[in-house]
Write a protein that binds this ligand. Structure first.
Ligand SMILES: *Cc1c(COP(=O)(O)O)cnc(C)c1O
Length: 367
């Protein structure tokens, strides 16, 4: 039991009166299924990501699946993705009958490793999925240089920037998720974005099943009007959400500066939005358990490396991240008191493990 107040959840949506009002207004309008609010939401997200247009969906996974369909991924086509990410892209690739090909991550950024990506290219490679993990943009330039279609997975990174431009504006396709605990939310929901009229048209067509001249296998991936209403008011506050996340991250970084933990860094050519505050230390599991026992939720930042689920090579950097990464609660509604409690509990857990930490400090300064 926590000795010090209520449980602090690892993530939470940020819902204000205007969000509630938007949903209520939509419900009272009498139009509940995909209509002009969905259209407005598509245009607003597309403008945010500097894209021609977007196609709203029922989830981020649905958007990833529509991305596969739009690119024509099928039997025998290989799609590259990093092992250290959410399992959703695997489902999108496999449902379209493609073959997922896993690659390792970069140690510093937790994102796809461009060198390992190049090593695993074959004549059958048709696309590369690049998730921007934890709100930190991946190193896109060398991946884009390969010349294959890149799908940016922005589920954790709305508002982040790479070389001064929003993530989601670089790949031939980008996908977003508006799941309950993502950067902005519609409860469940997603979007696929592009500048290509052909790809957008194919995604729009694959989103629905009705009024066709044949009975080819299709599905319904549409978003509702009240989800879009909520999405619009959430999107208006994106900058506020991001500013708050960055403030909280700065507080953690300051508070933990004198510890031997590897803290998340922001390089000059990126803007990190700190969807997660992910650090690294050899006793990550002990630290997470200590936080947990004090009522501070701290699950592993990635549930399970994907090569543990689907087999294949082992990936040293992914293994290291799975063993050593930990995640502190961070979201706009986190209070100063909660932040203080999280910092104090973390510092205390480090003191308890001090003899082990000394060894780690020596090891890391020798690196
Ligand atoms: C959440 C997430 C998804 C899936 O989005 P859903 O809306 O939950 O289907 C895909 N990729 C990444 C990186 C995610 O974090």
């Amino acid at each position: 039991m926590p000795s010090n107040g209520a449980v602090i959840p690892h993530s939470r949506p940020t819902i204000a009166a205007e969000d509630v009002q938007a949903v209520e207004d939509t419900l009272r309008s009498g139009l509940l299924a995909q209509g002009h609010r969905v259209r407005l939401f598509e245009e607003a997200v597309a403008a945010e990501l500097h894209r021609r247009d977007g196609v709203a969906t029922s989830s981020g996974t649905a958007a990833l699946y529509l991305a596969m369909r739009a690119l024509g991924i099928g039997e025998g086509d290989e799609v590259i993705l990093p092992s250290y990410t959410c399992v959703a892209p695997i489902h999108a690739i496999r449902l379209s009958r493609g073959t997922p090909v896993l690659v390792d991550i970069d140690r510093e950024t937790f994102n796809i490793c461009p060198d390992d990506t190049r090593r695993r290219l074959t004549p059958r490679t048709k696309a590369i999925i690049v998730p921007h993990m934890f709100g930190r943009p991946a190193d896109l330039a060398p991946v884009l240089n390969i010349g294959l279609p890149v799908i940016e997975d922005c589920a954790q990174s709305l508002g982040a920037q790479y070389r001064g431009k929003p993530v989601g504006s670089f790949g031939v396709l980008a996908v977003c998720s508006f799941y309950a605990t993502k950067v902005i939310t519609t409860g469940e929901g997603g979007m696929i974005l592009s500048d290509s009229p052909e790809l957008l048209e194919r995604a729009r067509d694959e989103r629905e099943y009705d009024r066709r001249d044949d009975a080819q296998s299709r599905f319904n991936f549409k978003m509702t009007e009240f989800q879009a209403g909520l999405g619009l008011t959430q999107l208006r506050r994106l900058e506020t959400f991001v500013a708050r996340r960055r403030d909280l991250a700065a507080t953690y970084t300051l508070g933990l500066a004198s510890t031997p933990i590897d803290l998340p860094r922001e390089d000059p050519d990126i803007r990190h939005i700190f969807y997660r505050y992910v650090g690294r230390c050899p006793h990550a599991r002990a630290l997470a358990a200590a936080l947990q026992s004090e009522g501070i939720e701290s699950p592993p930042p990635v549930f399970r490396p994907l090569h543990h689920l689907i087999g294949g090579d082992t990936f040293p950097q992914t293994e290291e991240a799975a063993a050593c990464a930990f995640s502190l609660p961070i979201y706009p509604s986190l209070t100063i008191e909660q932040t203080d409690r999280i910092l104090a509990t973390t510092l205390n857990a480090l003191k308890v493990n001090a003899h082990q930490w000394d060894r780690f400090s020596l090891a890391s300064s020798a690196r």
